[in-house]
Design a protein around this ligand. Sequence first.
Ligand code: MTE
Length: 313
Amino acid sequence: MRPSHPIRGSEITSESAYLNRRDVLQLAAAGGMALAAPSFAWAATGLAAKPGGYDPKEEITPEADATSYNNFYEFGTGKADPAAKSGDFNPRPWSIKVDGLVGKPTEFDLDALMALGLEERIYRMRCVEAWSMVIPWIGFPLSALIDKVEPLGSAKYVAFETIVRPEEMPGQRGIFQPLDWPYVEGLRLDEARHKLTILAMGMYGKTLPNQNGAPIRLVTPWKYGFKGIKSIVRITLTEEQPASTWNRLAPGEYGFYANVNPAVNHPRWSQAMENRIGGGGFFGSNERPTLPFNGYGDEVASLYAGMDLKANF
Ligand code: MTE
């Protein structure tokens, strides 16, 4: 995942080109109009996402950067691939199956998911590759979904799975397959129920673009970005710790917990500093120290009381 060179200016999609290309549905918060006729009804549910109260008061990353410099290997391994090669992906209609150790296994369509209550939350995001962004997400607390299915007492973890759709995802075709599909991730149940954990359906006041994980993806802002599994189709409550794609591929490099921790370096690079993308440019000009738990320690450190975070990285 380590970038070998900075992104070139020519790879950055301009805001206007980007808007023209997308199925844009403005949220009420971003201008009050609902465009086109979506197969799921942002507008009908009064999607004026309410402010979620999580705002680091730092400069928001330009939308053009957050939507053009991505990791989404189903569309290719390059940072520009997800924006360039996800045009054939159709995220609607969609549903998520929630099953496993629950009293009420349920399949939720997008309207049912939206009804769980959308909020805008501005979160710092720190990639394991040592760059960071600040992104205004629109989503609902994952705990609201988990409550609906009534977890059994034996449930200890939550496993997530991305869609497999090679006909629409060029990174899943061809001879070279960089990862085993489906992309999978996991959280401990208490992490999944934590108030900071959301399933995002939008960003920057709009529905989620394909390259950022349309129509719905995980966001855990105190963990490295690779935990943020995209285009989720299945969520399973389990007793055993579930597999995580990067941990399975390189367990010495990517831990299951993946909590942002400046004191635990990746074996091939330091995690002490990060480059905030946008504004002053890409790499080199916007360096700042990385904070434990990405600055969310007051909220989440208690989840790990008594644990050795160097062993459980
Ligand atoms: N989810 C899927 N399904 N496939 C992926 O390749 N990449 C992960 C994560 N979620 C990935 C994924 C990685 S490595 C990162 S850093 C984040 O998505 C990037 O999210 P962003 O492109 O919205 O910044």
